[in-house]
Design a protein. Structure first.
Length: 744
């Protein structure tokens, strides 16, 4: 790593929301360029930059900054430029010159320690000298915070975010409790906070350290595994492993936190469950609101509905099964209803009939968890469908929605598709915005993977039996010809899929090694399938990217998401002299790349063109897929177009929320449907090669499935019906809420 001590000449470029900066600096007589995530700096500021020299194809040699430690200037010229650089309120270049002429190299000491002496400078009033002193102290405090943080190995960009969060109090706050970083700053984990804590002399058995670890373990279990709570014994074990302290000490701390309601405890049988308060209250509220909503909607009159269903059948040339009719009638009669079923069981058809019948009585709102799922719902139903976030009018921050109990959604019936993807927190937000008396119909496939976020909402609701539910089992869609639908149901029953039957839409290609399977997937994507599907020759690769989706069970390995994305990018969108690109970490983002948002960002701005002009909005969400339509290497940003309409500009730091999407994990594909699905079945961790993951992957395909790998891996996935248990209590809480309402 190179170390450069320099004076800032000026800022060439800065992106405020990310801190990405291009600085011109001076070392002696040489001018250099420094790039990276840095605090805001002004001409005359001095700093020590550490990093590596890189050669930019357009701008030449640059120092790619890893850390930036500001230094207070010591020379007369440096102090003058520091004060007059534009960031000290009340001081311009001429005033700075006068102050330095009067106090010389002692200027900054005078301002910091004896600011009243500034009145010695001609035309310096009390208000002005106080303003100057405050500004200098504020900037010095920010720089001291940066120096303090970076001394503990915190990168410049993260240090800048922390210092902005705590301001002058940064060092004081962190010295008092370094573990507050885990809760207050996104991107700071327990290990980082613990490293700072150890350096500050925090005892391994301190209450603050143990409490922070317990909260971190619970939060990590929610984010990483979808758990709403952890059993006390498991929480203790995980925390002990993290902290390397006796379990007895952790038990003592758990008891203290229970008394102070920092953690919530609930006993179910022999299991003692431990919750973060936010998840405990969310789960209780979801149960209560569902039961109350079920009770507040008066039962509808379905006496005349049979005739209306007959007319719908005649008009659309279809015939509903008895179970489908029962589901339609239940939607009219019940206040809350769940409709569940696998592919080809007619969920969309009966939703269309329900919309036709209920829209006569009032407004029906359609929604789904993701943009892709909402778009599919709109196309299938011929009516507007919104994401749940858009229906709730997301307010630019997580959990902040304009639609809530005070300003509910204006609809008489709300239909939610792909409910298996809805997590506990989003379900609570939706239920808060549903006015008593509004019908709620939840549609989804209970056999698919559960939501990425915490909870198992659809599965728990069905298991409880409290909310009326209709399960569709008869196959209608392409039942005689589509092996996709037939095989999905065979897999769900634990039977091997029918492989390589002639004239079908389900293919298997045998490859024994991981490398051979990966190479075959690339060849299928780039050459064989475009020819087989008769894509126009000039558009073959572009059509392949849009119509063929590779899905992988795992992220790592030769047949994992990361490796396959790199191989597919090289084959489908290789570098070219006129093709701009940006690099973030180990990923190169290139003009034309297919990309996916990997976390909810409620503040990411976008715009889309409408008949009345450009519409601005905010919020891009986990799983949204789009294409890079513009790259500005000079401004270090790129534009992603989602759903062929929303344009979002990403500055360099925001690229941490993007991944290549030529290959997706099966989990990330939920809620989507693709004409063709390619999937490696070459092996991998047993915990990932499960039946419900396999079933979820196949049900994403509309026209064709191609599996590449080994039959024994296919058999292993079909036979592995192990579903990793999610720790949730919604089922029990629904029973408790129903019993309480009944007792009233």
């Amino acid at each position: 790593m190179e170390r450069v001590e320099a004076s800032v000449e000026g800022t060439i470029y800065r992106k405020e929301d990310t801190g990405y900066t291009v600085l011109s600096v001076r070392v002696g007589r040489r001018e250099l360029t420094v790039v990276g995530i840095m605090p805001e700096m002004s001409p005359g500021d001095q700093a020590v930059f550490t990093g590596e020299w890189v050669e930019h194809p357009t701008y030449g040699r640059q120092l790619k900054c890893a850390t930036c430690v500001p230094q207070m200037p010591t020379t007369r010229l440096g102090i003058e430029r520091y004060l007059g650089g534009g960031k000290i309120r009340g001081v311009g270049p001429s005033t700075a010159k006068k102050i330095v002429e009067h106090f010389g190299e002692d200027t900054l000491r005078v301002i910091m320690e004896d600011p009243e002496r500034l009145q010695e400078v001609p035309k310096m009033g009390k208000k002005r000298w106080m303003q100057i002193a405050e500004a200098v102290r504020e900037k010095a405090g920010s720089w001291e915070a940066m120096i303090f943080l970076q001394s503990y190995g915190i990168p410049s960009g993260l240090a800048d975010r922390i210092s902005k969060r705590y301001g002058e109090r940064t060092e004081q706050v962190i010295r008092r409790n370094p573990y507050c970083l885990c809760e207050d700053i996104d991107g700071v984990g327990f290990m980082t906070a613990d490293r700072i804590g150890a350096s500050l002399g925090v005892a391994p058995d301190s209450e603050g350290r143990v409490a922070a670890a317990l909260k971190y373990v619970l939060k990590d279990a929610a984010v990483g595994m979808g758990h709403v709570y952890l059993p006390r014994e498991e929480l203790t074990g995980r925390a002990a492993q993290l902290l390397r302290v006796d379990a007895e000490l952790i038990d003592h701390q758990l008891s203290r936190m229970a008394l102070q309601r920092e953690l919530i405890f609930m006993t179910s049988g022999e299991e003692e469950r431990v919750y973060l308060p936010a998840f405990d209250s969310a789960e209780k509220e979801v149960a209560t609101r569902l039961v109350e909503l079920l009770a507040t909607v008066p039962h509808g009159d379905a006496s005349g509905a049979e005739r209306d269903i007959d007319l719908f059948e005649h008009r659309h040339g279809i015939a509903f099964s008895q179970r489908q009719r029962e589901a339609i009638l239940a939607a009219i009669e019940q206040g809350v209803l769940v409709i569940t079923g696998g592919p080809g069981t007619g969920k969309t058809t009966i939703i269309n009939c329900i919309i036709s019948l209920l829209s006569r009585e009032g407004e029906v709102a359609l929604c789904a968890p993701t943009g892709r799922a909402a778009k599919r719902m709109a196309e299938a139903c011929g009516a507007e469908a919104k994401t749940i976030h858009r229906l709730l009018e997301s307010g630019g921050e997580e959990g902040l929605f304009a639609r809530n109990q005070e300003t509910p959604i204006e609809a008489d019936c709300i239909i939610v598709d792909e409910t298996s993807m809805v997590d506990m927190m989003l379900m609570r937000a939706l239920l808060r915005a549903i006015e008593p008396g509004t019908r709620l119909i939840l549609v989804g496939d209970a056999d698919q993977l559960p939501s990425v976020g915490a909870g198992n909402v659809l599965g728990d609701i069905l298991e409880s039996g409290i909310i009326p539910a209709c399960r569709l089992t008869d196959i209608f869609r392409q039942g005689e010809t589509s092996r996709i639908v037939v095989n999905a149901h065979r897999i769900n029953r634990g039977e091997m899929p029918l492989l390589n039957e002639k004239g079908t839409d389900f293919f298997f290609e045998r490859k024994y090694g991981y490398g051979d399977a990966a190479a075959a997937l690339v060849a299928l994507m780039t050459q064989r399938l475009p020819k087989f599907l008769k894509f126009p020759e000039r558009e073959a690769l572009a059509q392949a990217v849009r119509q063929i989706q590779v899905l992988a069970p795992a992220r790592k390995g030769e047949c994992g998401v990361i490796a396959l994305n790199q191989m597919l990018q090289a084959a489908l969108n290789p570098p070219a002299p006129a093709k701009q690109e940006l690099t973030w970490g180990e990923t190169v983002f290139r003009l034309g790349d297919k990309v996916m948002q990997t976390k909810n960002d409620y503040q990411q701005e976008w715009r889309r063109h409408t008949p009345s002009g450009w519409e601005d909005g905010a919020g891009v969400f986990n799983g949204d897929v789009g294409f890079i339509t513009e790259v500005d290497a000079q401004e270090h940003c790129l534009t992603v177009t989602f759903d062929e309409e929303r344009e979002a500009v990403y500055a360099l730091q925001a690229l941490e929320n993007l991944d290549l999407a030529y290959c997706l994990s099966v989990h990330k594909s939920q809620g989507s449907e693709f004409p063709v699905v390619l999937m490696p079945v070459a092996g991998g961790p047993r915990m990932l090669l499960t039946r419900n993951l396999f079933y979820t992957a196949l049900t994403r395909a509309r026209r064709m499935v191609v599996l590449v790998g080994r039959e024994e891996v296919v058999r292993q996935m079909v036979e592995n019906d192990h579903i990793l248990r999610r720790y949730t209590s919604l089922t029990q809480r629904l029973h408790a809420a129903a019993a309480l309402l009944g007792s009233d």
